[in-house]
Design a protein around this ligand. Structure first.
Ligand code: NAD
Length: 334
């Protein structure tokens, strides 16, 4: 059983196939006329795929350090040496690091060639691999270099998640929890492939409505302002999804203080996070002033203090929040 979800972008629309074992469908989703594939992956990803055409495997290092212009140059040079041309395809097989790097390579090699990915982490399946945001880091900050470059197809093979280390699984489940509040409803009642498909459906709809992140796409950052602040402050043993979970619990507290949601809805946030065994409390040692200062530096802030908050019309970016409300709400997640 698999789900086929369309990311509707007119003549650049593409399918996302979700299900157990869907990597075996790879040859059927490659664009027509492809002769060769540059298959970008990492050494420790224990899954192989068969594109059904001649392919060159290129491995990149593990972790955020792989998201660098040096790695992009190395990969492009290997592709040039092996004769990958404009009509060929970049295939990323891995988590968000691989799909971000491979997608960016596809965006810039020969001024842009086609890109397909097989997402093998939960975070990549429900988030990173869908929507065309690609890029690498600079020493000055994460994801500062990049391009919007939509794939031609994405395969989310939930079988590959069986080998994911538990901490990486938790990182993805924090994003799954987020989708509950973006219209997903009771996702925790579904099995894993159905959960992934439901998340992809929401992300696909948001991306189709706002491909270049001019407005609505900001809702995908629900819970991320506090999460980024905790991550920027550094030194805490939390996965991204765990930081997002704390950020979601906090966003609910801010929304309640602004009269946007009631106590029952805050309790619903807590129930969902608890159902996934996700944390809801800020780690000890992070001061209010430090956190609020970091909120203002969040690159998603539009004018000063903007947070994505739940409310009567669903989750939306809200600007001009009184800093005293932000500080009071921090106390509720300590
Ligand atoms: P990751 O890509 O680093 O993968 C985590 C680890 O799991 C790696 O060591 C990887 O080799 C390994 N791995 C991957 N698949 C595996 C499998 N099936 N079995 C065993 N091990 C496996 O981490 P991630 O959480 O997938 O992605 C994080 C990155 O995604 C960040 O750089 C973030 O900026 C980016 N991201 C991008 C977007 C976007 O829209 N482009 C959205 C969210 C996150």
């Amino acid at each position: 059983m698999s789900d086929l979800i369309d990311v509707d972008l007119g003549d650049r629309s593409y399918p996302v196939l979700v299900g157990h074992g869907v990597r075996s469908e790879l040859a059927t989703v490659l664009p027509d006329g492809v002769r060769r594939v540059a298959l970008i992956t990492q050494a420790h990803i224990p899954w192989t795929v068969d594109p059904g055409v001649d392919h060159e495997v290129i491995t990149i290092p593990d972790g955020e350090a792989a998201k660098s212009l040096t790695v992009v140059e190395d990969v492009c040079r290997q592709m040039a040496r092996s004769g990958i041309t404009r009509g060929d395809v970049v295939l990323g097989v891995g988590g968000g690091v691989v799909t971000d790097v491979a997608g960016f390579v596809a965006a810039v090699y020969h001024r842009g060639i086609r890109f397909v990915s097989v997402a093998t982490t939960l975070l990549a399946q429900v988030d990173a691999a869908i929507g065309g945001k690609t890029g690498v880091n600079l020493p000055e900050g994460k994801n500062l270099i990049g391009a919007f470059w939509q794939p031609s197809a994405v395969l989310c093979d939930t079988e590959t998640l069986a080998t994911l280390p538990p901490s990486e699984f938790r990182s993805g489940i924090g994003e799954v929890a987020k989708y509950h509040f973006l219209g997903g409803g009771a996702l925790d009642a579904l099995d894993l492939p159905a959960q992934v498909a439901a998340c992809v459906r929401i992300k696909a709809e948001v991306v189709a409505a706002d491909e270049l992140e001019g407005g609505r796409r900001a809702i995908l950052n629900y819970g991320h302002t506090l999460a980024h602040a905790i991550e920027t402050a550094g030194g805490y043993d939390l996965r991204h999804g765990e930081a997002v979970a704390i950020g979601i619990a906090y966003a609910a507290e801010v929304a309640r203080r602004l009269g946007r949601i009631d106590d029952e809805r805050v309790a619903e946030h807590r129930r969902v996070l608890a159902a996934y065994d996700l944390p809801m409390m800020i780690p000890a040692g992070l001061g209010d002033e430090e956190l609020v200062a970091l909120f203002a530096h969040d690159k998603k802030s539009i004018d000063g203090l903007t947070l994505v908050l739940d409310g009567p019309e669903g989750v939306q970016p809200v600007s001009g929040i009184d800093p005293s409300v932000l500080v009071e709400s921090l106390a509720a997640v300590r």
